[in-house]
Write a protein that binds this ligand. Structure first.
Ligand SMILES: [Zn+2]
Length: 345
């Protein structure tokens, strides 16, 4: 380990110790996904609360049980399960945990119908992604392959019944603390962060992550039909507005859904803003050279990426194209159902 890695690991341990002093413990649960482990957080309070759970797998459950045991608890002790957002690495195990413990399940009010019928909702999401990919120039065979990939991931999720729907801005009262519920859409439409008022610790899930930029993934708006046509959601603009809100907060520590705690959230958010502006400028130059589809732009930037990355890179390009559309430096044109971006004027 290099000296810098050593120092970073030491800092992470100190921050986790600080969170533990406030009764919040990180449980890093394995996932089969590229992102690696997902962080669940146990809050030792009354009710005994678990934020997120890991994916629906025996390995995740086994490690979660061992992590709980190391803190003197078991699954059956959990009294409140909170779901941070709609991605399966965060909530897949929730139904099993809720059944075994009898815990209440809390999530953003508008996320509850999605969690109740996960399979059907994911079908709609897949149709949405399919429409969007074809519209933005991704070849039909790639689109078909991606649908199969999505179907193969389905088993790591599971439907779960929300018993405590949370309104944005509302408060969850525990014996020793109050968690403020804040909706911060962008990475997904349902991203919810929780502010522990007494310690100024923000439980941020995937809204802000230290070692990777949270992808503002294009997603079907909650409750919407899969064919949104020209009204596609503007995930990056939404995400940046959410980051502005978080940037304005006084926080002692941010506990993310993956990786290590974040001490200086304003510096990290500024770094993200800078990166997005730079990437938008790069895309603007490609569009100025010749009109292109989002897929052609993605290929210019990243070459022929793996099939599984096609939707991710499309989200990246469209997000930054939205920044340019807002500035008025590019325009969007459509012919035969295919969208191209061109320099304006
Ligand atoms: Zn996520």
């Amino acid at each position: 380990m290099s000296e810098q890695d050593e120092r970073r690991a030491q800092e992470a341990r100190e921050r986790l110790a600080r969170a533990a002093e406030a009764g919040i413990h990180r449980l890093a649960i394995p996932t089969p996904f590229q992102v690696g482990r997902v962080n669940a957080y146990l809050i030792e309070d009354s009710p005994l609360t678990l934020i997120d759970s890991g994916p629906n797998s025996a390995k995740a459950l086994d490690e979660l049980e061992r992590a709980l045991a190391s803190l003197g608890h078991k699954v059956e002790d959990i009294e409140l399960l909170i779901v941070s957002h709609q991605h399966i690495d965060h909530f897949g195990l929730a139904s099993i945990l809720a059944r075994r413990s009898g815990a209440e399940v809390a999530a953003l009010d508008r996320l509850a119908p999605f969690l109740a019928s996960f399979g059907r909702e994911t079908d709609l999401d897949d149709s949405f992604a399919q429409n969007l990919m074809l519209r933005h120039g991704i070849p039909a065979d790639v689109v078909t392959a991606l649908r199969a990939v999505s179907a193969s991931f389905r088993g790591w999720g599971s439907s779960v019944q929300v018993t405590q729907p949370l309104a944005p801005g509302s408060e969850l009262r525990l014996r020793d603390r109050t968690l403020q519920v804040l909706h911060r859409p962008g990475h997904s439409p349902s991203d919810t962060v929780f502010l522990d008022r007494s310690s100024s610790i923000l439980l941020a899930a995937d809204h802000l992550i230290a070692h990777i930029s949270s992808n503002p993934l294009l997603a079907r708006p909650l409750g919407a039909e899969p064919d949104v046509g020209a009204e596609r959601p503007q995930a990056l603009l939404t995400y940046m507005a959410s980051l502005e809100q978080t940037r304005a907060m006084e926080l002692s520590l941010v506990l993310p859904g993956h990786g290590d705690p974040i001490l200086d959230h304003t510096a990290l958010i500024d770094k993200r803003f800078h990166m997005h502006r730079r990437r938008a400028e790069k895309i603007r130059r490609l569009i100025a050279a010749e009109p292109r589809t989002a897929h052609e732009i993605a290929q210019e930037l990243w070459g022929n990426v793996a099939v599984t990355q096609a939707f991710l890179t499309l989200s990246e390009v469209l997000g930054h194209a939205d920044l340019l559309l807002r500035d008025g430096s590019v325009v969007e044109t459509e012919a035969d159902g295919i969208v191209r971006f061109a320099e304006s004027g």
